[in-house]
Design a protein around this ligand. Structure first.
Ligand code: OMP
Length: 218
């Protein structure tokens, strides 16, 4: 695990209880021995620290973009916190997000914030498993006339959608399909490295390895 934002993020996620070990049912129906709940970054200080990890991952990658987009719901506070972190670092960026239910009154529509049209949009979201949430966000950006520039997530679970057919991860598949970088603050591989250096996480690591053998990408 070379970059410090990776281990900083994993330590922070464990401290916030946002990263848990146990038995969880995923959106895909898979039974997972771990779960990442970005909703547990539920204070100003936790979000600010998390945003620092995202901003470092974005800066380390060097992706070029004009606007930050947070998909409803969990992406909204994340993109907002990242925009505040960039401003704190002297780089004020436009910010937009969507609502899930269209409004017929008031300002109407589903998009809120800075206009997407003609802008290179960086999507800020929490986690990729099968890539469904990210594909929805890409469609929203396209419809609004924006150009997706990349996707940044806190955790890439590095899972294959259909392991019997292909061991390519959902993130790799989305990246290839759309020609976009998918930047993860940390991946399952980073979590395994991290757990390998902590004697208290030996049993959890064994379960993560078994899960990766069943569903993981190559
Ligand atoms: P995909 O749309 O399959 O990529 O899964 C992403 C979504 O799964 C997230 O936006 C969450 O709703 C949920 N999720 C987590 O939040 N954390 C996890 O560790 C795993 C999942 C999941 O259900 O796969």
């Amino acid at each position: 695990m070379s970059s410090s934002h990776r281990s900083r993020f994993l330590q922070l996620a464990l401290r916030a209880d946002a990263l848990r070990f146990g038995d969880f049912t995923l959106k895909s129906g898979r039974q997972s021995p771990y779960f990442f709940n970005a909703g547990l970054f539920n204070s100003g200080a936790l979000l600010a620290e998390l945003a620092g990890c995202y901003a470092d991952a974005i800066a380390a990658h060097g992706v070029a973009f004009d606007l930050l987009f947070g998909p409803a719901y969990k992406g909204i506070p994340l993109a907002t916190a990242v925009a505040c972190e960039f401003a704190r670092r002297g780089h004020d960026l436009p910010l937009a997000f969507n609502r899930k239910e269209a409004k017929a009154h008031g300002e109407g529509g589903t998009l809120i914030g800075a206009p997407l049209a003609g802008r290179r949009v960086l999507i800020v979201d929490d986690v990729i498993t099968a890539g469904t949430a990210i594909r929805e966000a890409l469609a929203i950006i396209r419809e609004a006339g924006g150009m997706a520039a990349g996707i940044v997530i806190a955790l890439d679970r590095q899972e294959a959608v259909d392991p019997a057919r292909s061991r390519r991860s959902a993130a790799q598949t989305v990246a290839d399909e759309h020609g976009l970088p998918v930047i993860a603050v940390a991946t399952l591989t980073d979590l395994l490295d991290f757990a390998g250096s902590d004697a208290g996480l030996v049993a959890q690591r064994e379960r993560l390895l078994a899960y990766r053998a069943a569903y993981g990408s190559e």
